[in-house]
Design a protein around this ligand. Structure first.
Ligand code: 5AD
Ligand code: SF4
Length: 475
């Protein structure tokens, strides 16, 4: 017993001693090294990333940011203060590539002043132009295609001054990497990558490779982690989001699994291909309304059967319109938006009128409209660029005028209705008002009251102007 007590005291004493040593080490470490901390911090490399193009590129930039931030890189706010500059690029239209060429020209002087600066071009244009880019702009150090981001640290640490990594993968879905998202209401989650549809005008199947999907478990896991981080809305992302197929698990099964995630206030997805929109999907919308938002982006691209066939869109005008009827049968108040291209090779004025006819029938809530841009490697490229710039412009103008009228008409149909709004932020125009989004994806402005971002509220719509709804007591 006695021996035990002595032991115990001895233990205590040695414990105290250890504590003393630790505290003095801790203090000396901090006081001596404190002045040098900025030096340690500056040993971290600063990176700057600029993103062009679609939402998938935004997501990929978040993946890249996540990888770099977890390995001694810190994100900075301007190219001028960076050790590494990344341009995440788009190739979908010629003007997107022109923008990058001119931005690279602007950045060249930074490389001239600082030879250690690493300048990387990543994404679709990197995939598309590869060596040509380094040959014409030798000050670019790194070309990474959309499937090579996992290796970015290896490439940044390499001795070589010019690196090209553009292998496309049949499997890469960036599973297990958590994107570094900016704080907000909505978290984007990529569920599939690539495209197998090969629309004849589109470069995406060549720059992003074949379709592949993530597992439902990994997507649900990312959704839960996003909710834990404070996001309340999730938008599922994919080049053909509803072609999702992971070992036989299809898109409706994924939606169903996500509806069970606690804390999720709204679920969206973009963009589906009309070919894969079916009654099962619309039944899910009807059953899980309002959690699954009543909005669908349904790219039309063109209204004439001849053009649709040449575009390889796999549906006719009649089929598309039947689809719209089916969608509205299940969810009558659904918001429908679209993408339209004018001036596809050989598109006649009569063909273009067919596009306007579909627009008149559907009365889209909104439309993204583009002039056809020939893309090398695509099938349509071989058809030439037969519609003059003048005709393309005239058609685009006519289409935009019609769409503006439809957008306002659809907004006005909501006046007097009570709608659910997910609060997003202060209104840009007035500090006394806030803005939020309806499930059918329309912006609403309303008095700020005690509302906070991420609240799900119900208010009556009182007015509509331009592309915005208003809910104001005096209207
Ligand atoms: N020219 C013009 N628009 C195009 N898009 C895709 N490829 C082209 C092209 N070569 C449009 C389609 C697609 C959207 C993302 O971009 O409308 O849905
Ligand atoms: Fe391009 Fe067509 Fe694939 Fe969409 S579906 S990414 S337009 S090829």
């Amino acid at each position: 017993m006695v021996v035990n007590i002595t032991d115990y005291r001895l233990q205590l004493r040695s414990h105290d001693f250890c504590l003393l040593v630790f505290v003095s080490w801790f203090l000396s470490f901090h006081f001596l090294l404190l002045p040098y901390l900025p030096i340690f911090r500056s040993m971290k490399k600063r990176f700057y990333i600029e993103t062009y193009g679609c939402q998938m590129n935004e997501y990929d930039s978040e993946i890249l940011t996540g990888i770099l931030q977890s390995h001694d890189y810190i994100l900075c706010n301007s190219a001028e203060e960076a050790d590494v500059i990344l341009l995440n690029t788009c190739s979908v239209r010629d003007n997107a590539e022109l923008k990058i060429h001119s931005r690279l020209g602007e950045l060249k002087h930074l490389k001239d002043n600082n030879p250690d600066l690493k300048l990387g071009v990543v994404g679709c244009m990197a995939q598309n132009l590869k060596k040509e880019l380094i040959d014409t702009k030798p000050y670019v150090n790194m070309i990474l295609g959309p499937d090579s981001y996992r290796d970015i640290l290896k490439h940044l640490g390499a001795e070589e001054t010019h690196i090209i990594d553009t292998k496309l993968s049949k499997f890469e879905v960036y599973d297990g990497l958590f994107p570094a998202r900016k704080e907000g209401v909505n978290a984007w989650i990529s569920i599939m990558r690539g495209c197998d549809k090969f629309c004849s005008y589109c470069i995406v199947p060549y720059t992003r490779g074949r379709e592949r999907s993530r597992s439902i478990e990994s997507i649900v896991d990312e959704a839960k982690r996003s909710i834990d981080q404070g996001f309340v809305e999730i938008t599922l992302l994919g080049q053909n989001v509803n072609s999702f197929d992971h070992e036989g698990d299809k898109f409706p099964a994924l939606l169903k699994a996500l509806t069970k995630v606690d804390g999720l206030k709204r679920l969206r997805y973009t963009s589906p291909h009309p070919q894969d929109v079916d009654e099962e999907l619309m039944r899910m919308h009807a059953e899980y309304k309002p959690l699954i938002a009543n909005h669908i982006h349904l790219p039309l691209q063109a209204g004439s059967d001849a053009v649709l066939k040449a575009m390889n869109r796999t549906y006719s005008q009649e089929h598309y319109l039947q689809l719209v009827d089916m969608i509205r049968k299940y969810v009558p108040d659904i918001g429908i938006t679209t993408d339209i291209i004018v001036g596809f090779p050989e598109e006649t004025d009569a063909d273009f009128r067919e596009t306007l006819k579909v627009m008149e029938y559907v009365k889209y809530d909104n439309a993204y409209t583009f002039k056809y841009s020939p893309r090398p490697y695509t099938k349509a490229f071989k058809m030439g660029d037969t519609v003059s710039e003048l005709d393309k412009s005239a058609r685009l103008t006519e289409l935009i005028v019609m769409q503006k009228a439809h957008t306002l008409e659809r907004l006005r149909q909501m006046i007097g209705k009570d709608v659910e709004i997910l609060v997003e932020a202060r209104s840009k125009k007035s500090s006394e008002e806030m803005r939020g989004r309806t499930a059918c994806n329309k912006i609403v402005v309303f008095p700020k009251g005690n509302y906070k971002p991420k609240d799900l509220i119900t208010r009556r719509i009182t007015d509509a102007q331009g592309v915005t709804l208003f809910s104001r007591p005096n209207n």
